[in-house]
Write a protein that binds this ligand. Structure first.
Ligand code: FEO
Ligand code: CA
Ligand code: CA
Ligand code: CA
Length: 627
């Protein structure tokens, strides 16, 4: 056991320790073989103690797990629909057609499908621009034929259901609704023109017959989570781009194609059947033009989105941006795949708060790093370092297969392996505490951990065949986000303490009342409460019994306390989070209710088709969220 006093950060620490001790004894956390290492980790970890300032209380009665086909909230809270898949954004848009026979053109005028990460850009007290990702689409809901008889227009409709929706929202009569035909409204999709920027722009690996410059690319898709900049732009992150490329030829994949999951046998979306751009045997460089972070100016509907190659190419989850004390812009980035990595970008230039126009290209140039964590067995805390991904350094040389910096960025995953990065349990969202002291990342699950070669059990990935997930957090050395070293611990190990009494039962802040699996979306509110959204197994059976549908929880980062705040409808994932500036409205995304024939009719009830939907949550008394 470490000496708590030796790690005391301030006078609140002893009070904090008393709270932890009380919490621990209340829960009587005693579990299996590694229990000593885990049971104490909140009480003794120096990171917790350094954070021990004012705790953000969780001021609501938690809700029970449920499999109900609705939104379940604590007493005193209410929810309302803001915008659903297929809702018109323009006055000439048709209304949603649930038959599955709507056209590709209609979908360009409507809100996209499968809502994900979002940011709110305020225009006034009761008006804002919502920039929001439409990650993908479910063919069994999109088409009357379920995708079996795909026509050219069907492919267009699917492509137009993807991308980003920019929509003005306004609070009218106490309810947030889209402003149809607002001059800000815009659909960005698979066929929208955008620009490649940064070190890889124009590289030979990015040139295609349609674009011999390697600088003009059409579209963005599988936009998962997001980020936003202090200069007012939206960052959308391209995640599972590989699944859209296919071929009918007997093409033998290259090692780089396989590393990114681009496979000849991909037959899920079948865009290549009607759009040769997605036949990667014919257009081997087209996949290189996807898997980036894209910067969008939501205030200017005519602006061209910019793909920022300096931030690397992988299956980007989100982009958590922080302006460091010295003005450098730091962006933390997860690559959501079993055994892939966690990254950090540091801008070359510095943020200028007095000249926002000068900040516009800060993400064009900088240095990318990848994380290596200490791996001491049985320890759920340790140290780590950021390894630089710059051509000519750390073995990133021509002899090792990297001709130049563009190749380091286009094949970022291979570069990360070359420098010895830690393989992670699927890094999803990263969130930075408002104080800037700590950074949190969800590691959603990983059935390959301890099973596949190169994915050893240990460090922040402590469980073999991890089907519950965890949240790791780290603290940059001296509070400087440009530092090359950090210390880390686990904030929570999700698990099921009813079924398991070992590490799979979860950490000491998990009990039968708040258990969940597969943390994914996370974000802090201004008061420092951590909100956790899940994308997990909603069978409510076996290892997942008692967890119910996917959900959203709130956590106190200082004490580790976690309470369930919301449960979503059947078959959904809860993903995407934004607050109004007055903290009275919380926007939450409900993605794919009713997927896999789970029988949802949410949000419209009756026999209606389930629809991906953005909701807004508020207090019935008009107070602040969590007040
Ligand atoms: Fe689209 Fe990793 O979630
Ligand atoms: Ca996600
Ligand atoms: Ca996920
Ligand atoms: Ca999803």
């Amino acid at each position: 056991m470490q000496d708590r006093k030796a790690n005391s950060a301030n006078s609140d620490t002893s009070e904090f320790s008393r709270m932890i001790d009380a919490a621990l004894s209340r829960r009587q956390f005693i579990k299996g073989s590694m229990s000593a290492g885990i049971a104490g980790f909140f009480a003794t970890n120096p990171l917790s103690q350094a954070m021990a300032a004012k705790s953000p209380k969780l001021n609501f009665e938690p809700v029970a797990a449920t499999t109900a086909d609705t939104i379940t909230l604590p007493a005193g809270y209410q929810w309302d629909v803001v915008v659903r898949w297929g809702d018109p954004l323009f006055k000439d848009a048709p209304s949603f057609d649930p038959s599955g026979k709507a056209t590709g053109t209609s979908q360009t005028l409507q809100f996209g499908d499968n809502t994900d990460g979002m940011s709110l850009f305020p225009l006034g007290e009761n008006r804002a621009i919502l920039a929001i990702n439409n990650e993908y689409t479910n063919y069994d809901l999109l088409f009357h034929h379920g995708g079996k008889d795909l026509t050219k227009d069907d492919v267009l409709k699917a492509q137009h259901a993807h991308g980003v929706s920019v929509v003005e929202v306004e609070k009218q009569g106490g309810q947030w609704k889209p402003v149809v035909d607002s001059r800000f409204n815009r659909r960005i999709h698979v066929n929208s023109e955008m620009e490649m920027t940064g070190p890889a722009a124009g590289h030979r690996h990015l040139k295609t017959d349609a674009d011999p410059t390697g600088k003009k690319v059409m579209g963005t898709f599988n936009n998962c989570a997001n980020g936003e900049t202090p200069w007012g732009t939206y960052l959308t992150c391209e995640e599972n781009f590989h699944g859209y490329f296919g071929t009918e030829s007997d093409h033998k994949e290259t090692a780089d194609e396989l590393r990114y999951g681009v496979k000849t046998r991909n037959k899920h979306y079948n865009w290549h059947l009607h759009d040769a751009r997605f036949d990667f045997a014919k257009n081997p460089n087209e996949p290189h033009r996807h898997g980036w972070v894209v910067e969008i100016d939501p205030m200017d509907p005519t602006s061209r989105p910019k793909k920022r190659t300096a931030l690397g190419r992988f299956k980007h989850e989100n982009a958590a941006l922080y302006v460091n004390q010295d003005g450098h812009v730091v962006v933390y980035l997860g690559d959501d795949e079993r055994g892939e990595h966690l990254y950090k970008f540091i801008s070359k230039g510095k943020y200028n708060p007095n000249n926002q126009g000068a900040n516009r290209n800060l993400l064009e140039e900088g240095t990318l790093y990848v994380a290596r964590f200490s791996m001491n067995p049985g320890q759920l805390a340790g140290s780590g370092e950021w390894l630089e991904l710059t051509h000519g350094k750390n073995g990133l040389t021509k002899a090792n297969g990297f001709a130049d910096q563009a190749e380091v960025l286009i094949f970022t995953r291979r570069a990360a392996t070359q420098v010895g990065a830690t393989t992670m349990d699927r890094p999803e969202w990263v969130a930075i505490h408002p104080s800037g002291k700590q950074v949190y990342c969800t590691l959603t699950n990983n059935k390959h951990r301890g099973v596949k070669e190169g994915q050893p059990v240990g460090g922040p990935n402590p469980r073999k065949a991890n089907h519950y997930g965890q949240i790791v957090r780290w603290q940059p050395a001296k509070g400087d986000h440009t530092s090359h070293t950090f210390s880390w611990d686990l904030f929570v190990l999700a698990g099921n303490p009813v079924v398991h009494r070992d590490l799979y039962g979860g950490s000491n802040n998990i009990d039968a009342d708040n258990m969940f699996n597969s943390p994914d979306g996370i974000g802090f509110d201004a008061a420092g409460t951590l909100w956790i959204q899940t994308d997990g197994n909603y069978s409510n059976e076996g290892d997942f019994i008692g967890m119910g549908n996917n959900q959203m929880l709130a956590a106190n980062p200082e004490t580790g306390e976690i309470k369930r705040f919301m449960v979503g409808p059947k078959g959904c994932e809860v993903t995407g989070l934004a607050f109004s500036p007055d903290m009275k409205s919380m926007f939450v995304g409900i993605q794919h209710p009713g997927e896999k024939s789970t029988g949802s009719h949410w949000p419209d009830g009756g026999n209606s088709k389930p629809r991906s939907t953005v909701i807004v949550i508020s207090k019935q008394d008009g107070g602040l969220i969590n007040s």
